[in-house]
Design a protein around this ligand. Structure first.
Ligand SMILES: Nc1nc2c(ncn2[C@@H]2O[C@H](COP(=O)(O)OP(=O)(O)OP(=O)(O)O)[C@@H](O)[C@H]2O)c(=O)[nH]1
Length: 248
């Protein structure tokens, strides 16, 4: 795993639509296709722990408020090597039911090909943020169905839960998102599956959209008629007609 940069420099990374950032650079340039994932959610829900667990299999037990780091790693999915960039974002605050989404967070969401929204089953407020965040993603990607996975974390802390995991599932279904209940501290496989499914979804989108673009550019345009040739053939036809008329 490689920690790329602090997210302040995120703009320096390939943007969606650029040669390596639009997912179509891999096949032609030999570079692996790039998949960019933003991990968002309230403070303390386990975003950093989730990202680090996915990338290193290790669990971080310490809590340190983070400013947002960008991690990169190559992983193989369905036989293809993909370059994954995961942006960990600072915890979001909610003020009187208004989402305090700063420009930094918006930039991360805009940058991403896919989003993981994390809440903790031990924190009802973090659950309430879920639909606000989902709305924010849809607003920042108008007309583009960016895949979103909802992760309900800290499933090992059932004795202090404030949210029924079932509620998380229902809400995720309503929003059209895939749902995963995980314990980052106890289970690596569920964490891996959540990211794996997301990467597969993005990869599928990239593959289906790219050949389409290519195909349309490869379809041979009907040749514009050669005017000289048309004139010649027209003259020929005319003179043949004239000949037929005079012979009659
Ligand atoms: N018991 C338990 N603790 C967890 C789990 N996931 C994360 N934690 C702990 O929760 C605390 C917060 O985790 P972080 O990953 O730092 O949370 P964060 O969402 O990145 O927090 P911010 O940086 O404030 O946004 C840490 O002490 C983690 O060890 C889990 O599945 N179970």
């Amino acid at each position: 795993m490689r920690l790329v940069q602090n997210m302040c420099t995120i703009a320096e990374y390939p943007q969606a639509g650029s040669a390596s950032g639009d997912g179509c650079g891999g096949a032609s340039s030999g570079r692996p296709r790039l998949i960019k994932i933003a991990v968002v959610g309230a403070s303390g829900v386990g975003k950093t722990a989730l990202v680090v667990r996915f990338l290193t299999k290790r669990f971080i037990g310490d809590y340190e408020r983070n400013a947002g780091n960008l991690y990169s790693r190559q992983i193989q999915i369905d036989g293809e090597m993909l370059a994954i960039q995961v942006q960990d974002t600072p915890g979001i605050q909610i003020h009187e039911h208004n989402l305090d989404c700063n420009e930094q967070l918006n930039r991360c969401i805009r940058w991403a090909d896919a989003v993981v929204i994390v809440f903790s089953i031990t924190d009802y407020k973090s659950y309430e943020l879920l639909s606000h965040l989902h709305q924010q993603v849809r607003q920042l990607h108008p007309g583009n169905r960016v895949p979103v996975v909802v992760v309900a974390n800290k499933a090992d802390l059932l004795h202090i839960k404030e949210v029924e995991p079932q509620n998380g599932l229902q809400l995720a279904n309503m929003l059209g998102c895939t749902f995963y209940e995980v314990s980052v501290s106890e289970n690596y496989n569920d964490v891996f599956n959540a990211f794996h499914v997301l990467c597969k979804e993005v990869s599928k989108q990239q593959i289906t959209s790219t050949p389409e673009k290519r195909r349309t550019s490869l379809i041979p345009r009907p040749k514009s008629p050669n005017m000289q040739d048309l004139k010649r053939r027209f003259k020929q036809a005319l003179s043949a007609k004239v000949r037929t008329v005079t012979s009659v």
